[in-house]
Every structure is written in structure tokens, then in C-alpha cells.
Design a binder for this molecule. Structure first.
Ligand code: GNR
Ligand code: NI
Length: 175
């Protein structure tokens, strides 16, 4: 197990669409273990593989620090949202945009289908913070960040603040 470095905005790897896991082997199990350790170390309630530089459709979630009814660690391989209902508006942050939060509109309840570490398909449903975490992590697999879900005005104001602190895309283009 290893604590990996978490990439931060505006790293271009955060903007790529991640590819599916085709074959579940020891490498995928090691990736799950490493992103889990990295998530707990951060600490955070979720982490997706692209945040540690691997553009693969793998993520982990554990909302138990903020939800006493949580059943703990959830490992997701090739996750897909198969149904969603309702809306919720709560504050959201991201380990790849450290120090910034905003209220983000999300579905209130989602059902996710994924593979477990043995390659077996399963379904899991979540509401509240867990539903939010599912949507946030699956967004990462599609190169999407929470700032993309804000109204244009809120997004432009927040990006201006973020770029003052974390830097601009230009620093990568010039590199
Ligand atoms: O630690 C995290 N907290 C959080 C809070 C509200 C909504 C989503 C999250 S996920 C975030 C960790 C992270 O960036 N995962 O990709
Ligand atoms: Ni995030």
C-alpha cells in the first residue's frame, strides 16, 4: 500500500475521460488499495484514480466520517449511474481543488452499478452525502470537476479565486 500524490487543478489529467478496466487483476487490486490509503490519509470521503494520475474508471468512497449510518468503504470499478431522482443542494469540495468549496446541485438519490474487486457486478443505492459522493467521483472519471456544475456566474467567480491560488492552465501550456 502507498500514499500517492493527489493532482490539483489545473492538471490536464483531471480533464481526461478515463478508460474502462478491461481485466481485473492484481494491478487493479493494488490501485484500489493505494487510492483507499491515499483517501484516508488526505483525509477525504472519496477518491478517483485520475486524481492520482491514472486515467482508469476506478474510485473509492467512504462517507462514514460524516455519516454514522454508513457501511464504510465502497470500491467501484467501471461504475455507471443507472437511475437518479430528486435534487439536493449542499456544499461540496474536492481534494484536487484544495481550500475551495461551493454549493453544488446534485441528484438526491442515485443507484450505481459497478464491478467489485473480484469482477462481480453489483448495485448500490445512496442518498444525501453518499449520493453526492457517487456523482462527484463518477464525474472525475469523465474529466468533470464540481466547478463545472456551478452557474456561469458562480463558476467564473470561483475560478478566478482558484487561479489566483493554484495557478492557471498557461503554466502547463508553456511547459
Ligand atoms: O473529501 C471530499 N469531500 C466531499 C465533500 C462533498 C462532496 C464531495 C466530496 S468528495 C471529496 C474528495 C474528492 O475530491 N474526491 O474526488
Ligand atoms: Ni474530487
Amino acid at each position: 500500500m502507498a500514499v500517492l500524490k493527489i493532482l490539483t487543478y489545473p492538471d490536464p489529467k483531471l480533464r481526461r475521460k478515463s478508460g474502462p478496466i478491461e481485466k481485473i487483476d492484481g494491478n487493479v487490486e493494488k490501485l484500489l488499495d493505494d487510492i483507499t490509503e491515499t483517501m484516508y490519509h488526505a483525509p477525504g470521503i472519496g477518491l478517483a484514480a485520475p486524481q492520482v494520475g491514472l486515467n482508469l474508471r476506478v474510485c473509492v468512497i467512504d462517507v462514514s466520517p460524516r455519516d454514522e449510518n454508513s457501511e464504510g468503504l465502497i470500491e467501484l470499478i467501471n461504475p455507471v449511474i443507472i437511475s437518479a431522482e430528486g435534487v439536493q443542494m449542499e456544499e461540496e469540495g474536492c481534494l484536487s481543488i484544495p481550500g475551495f468549496v461551493s454549493e453544488v446541485k446534485r441528484k438526491a438519490k442515485v443507484k450505481v452499478q459497478a464491478l467489485d474487486r473480484s469482477g462481480k457486478p453489483f448495485e448500490i443505492e445512496g442518498t444525501g452525502l453518499l449520493a453526492r459522493a457517487f456523482q462527484h467521483e463518477i464525474d472525475h472519471l469523465d474529466g468533470m470537476l464540481f466547478i463545472d456544475r456551478l452557474s456561469r456566474l458562480k463558476r467564473e467567480l470561483l475560478i478566478r479565486k482558484i487561479e489566483k491560488v493554484l495557478g492557471k492552465e498557461q503554466s502547463y501550456a508553456a511547459f
